[in-house]
Design a protein around this ligand. Structure first.
Ligand code: AP5
Ligand code: MG
Ligand code: ZN
Length: 216
């Protein structure tokens, strides 16, 4: 199964992806995570990407498409994949179509987690992420058992550098202008499924899981 998970910044893509990939045995591929890792490792890609990410802009299509092309060609993708945060422009979606065709794969469903802007702002500014295992928390909505310590691995929690009020506003703006057109793009291909993301993490997951059960 190949699932595309889309939605505005802070909608809960990463949170839901953790659960969906476990439940349905899919490989979680997040372009945001791959890019953040490259920034951390200070690779050439990371140094280039950082300039865009820090101001809330999208990294150029050719860089992200190249990354995804290379990732999807690896054998561990055969069992099934969940794409989180890719594609994000119509150009990326077109390129993904070509990459998948060359690998004789196709998208089964595009799930869009929808949440309104005001809620997204408080979700993102309150987010904390484990430095060690990447698990995601929220200081109010999904707090760790011990403040600033990961429940799973006791790692230290940190705040993403693009989770400031100013950068979040820019990311939301970029989303409306560059990513929203994708909804219509996938609706026309009959692949689109919208989920109301303004509910509890459990309720959103139950909705997505029930839908995916029917697709298997
Ligand atoms: P990326 O890492 O993909 O960030 P994003 O799309 O902005 O989304 P987030 O990861 O911030 O949010 P999320 O939806 O995963 O929410 P989460 O589950 O964490 O991209 C970062 C940057 O990389 C981009 O700005 C761009 O520069 C670059 N990039 C990445 N992909 C690219 C591409 N394809 N092309 C070009 N550039 C690219 O949840 C958020 C918070 O809310 C957490 O605290 C969580 O605990 C809480 N929460 C989750 N669900 C709920 C709920 N139901 N109720 C209450 N709280 C909740
Ligand atoms: Mg994420
Ligand atoms: Zn951890």
């Amino acid at each position: 199964m190949l699932v595309v998970l889309m939605g505005p910044p802070g909608a809960g893509k990463g949170t839901q992806a953790e659960r969906i990939t476990k439940e349905f045995n899919l490989l979680h591929i997040s372009t945001g995570d791959i890019l953040r890792n490259a920034v951390k490792e200070e690779t050439a890609l990371g140094l280039q990407a950082k300039q865009y990410m820090d101001r809330g802009a999208l990294v150029p299509d050719e860089i992200v498409v190249g990354m995804i092309r290379e990732r999807l060609a690896r054998p561990d993708c055969a069992a099934g994949v969940l794409l989180d945060g890719f594609p994000r422009t119509v150009e990326q979606a077109e390129a993904l179509g070509q990459v998948l065709e060359s690998l004789q794969l196709k998208i089964d469903v595009v799930i869009n987690v929808d949440v309104e802007a005001e809620e997204l702002l408080s979700r993102l500014t309150g987010r904390r992420v484990c430095r060690n295992c990447g698990a995601t928390y929220h200081i109010k909505f999904n707090p760790p058992r011990v403040r600033n310590i990961c429940d799973h691995c006791s790692g230290e929690l940190y705040q993403r550098s693009d989770d400031t009020v100013e950068t979040v506003k820019e990311r939301l703006d970029v989303y409306s202008k560059q990513t929203l057109p994708l909804i219509e793009y996938y609706q026309r291909k009959n692949l689109y499924y919208a989920v109301d993301g303004a509910r509890s993490i459990d309720d959103v997951f139950a909705d997505i899981a029930a839908y995916l059960q029917g697709k298997q």
